[in-house]
Write a protein that binds this ligand. Sequence first.
Ligand code: DGY
Length: 333
Amino acid sequence: MPTVAVTRVIPEAGLDLLRAAAEVRLWDEDLPPSPEQLAALLRGCDGALTLLTDAITGETLDREPGLKVISNFAVGYDNVDVPAATARGVVVCNTPGVLTETTADFAWALLMASARRVVEGADYVRAGKWRTWGPTLLRGRDLTGATLGIVGFGRIGREVAKRARGFEMTVLAFDEYEDETAARELGARYVPLDELLGQADFVTLHVALTPETEKLIGARELGLMKREAILVNAARGPVVDTDALVAALRDGTIGGAALDVTDPEPLPADHPLVGLSNALVVPHMASATHATRDRMAVLAAENLLTGLRGERPAGIVNPEVLDRSSTRGQSDR
Ligand code: DGY
């Protein structure tokens, strides 16, 4: 039986699958293992089911030459140095497809909550400030008929575009790779990023974090946005320059921001973003439904076990490792 590390408690559906086929070494603390604790957990393992809070570097892999598969419990895998894994013949997997709708739903929830000031309203009631109905109280922005800019028109971005139809929105999309058929079907129009930022009433980010997308939205880009525009980020925190965002929210360069993800993560409670009334920050929870987290656990477990059998996992992100049928022993390190 292979030995696998699981770096946090995941839904039972995934753990059951792993326990039936492997010796499971589970990190069952609430907080992620430190780099030293992670190294100890991985020692002697054949594979690992990791989270976006675990940095898997070339050094991590060099320390554990027996590791053959890293299966990430997320669609994003920026916590894993994939080129380093590929160079070492290590299969890396993610969980695409199973969280698309759930994440798009949540981006929509952020959009609505921010546009209509839902959290501010709830805080107002909790604080005992609700004394009467008021014609000018807590006025927000209409979504219906507004222009939505979707940055990153992949699976999740397109799913967000579907939701915009019900709100009769004009949908602009920006993506490095343009799929005109998909855009046409969803009633979206590709435009350059600057044009999208200038025209959209709401901008929602759905790009993977890569060196190209890091700080994609900085002071210049925020300056191109409409003064009342709202920025939603349910992608990765570092896609937005946090300092520039704080300044833009303070100065009124943009109207508001609704963030599922931040840089850094977690965001300290005394961080300026937390205190700004036009920023809504939640703790990276866009895929957090019971059903979706079960699906992610099952897919991540299946990816890991399939990879350990030497077969091609459904969620492999570096298939070239298998295509060149390299094993760790024969890899090009
Ligand atoms: C992901 O999958 O990348 C999310 O950020 C967590 O579900």
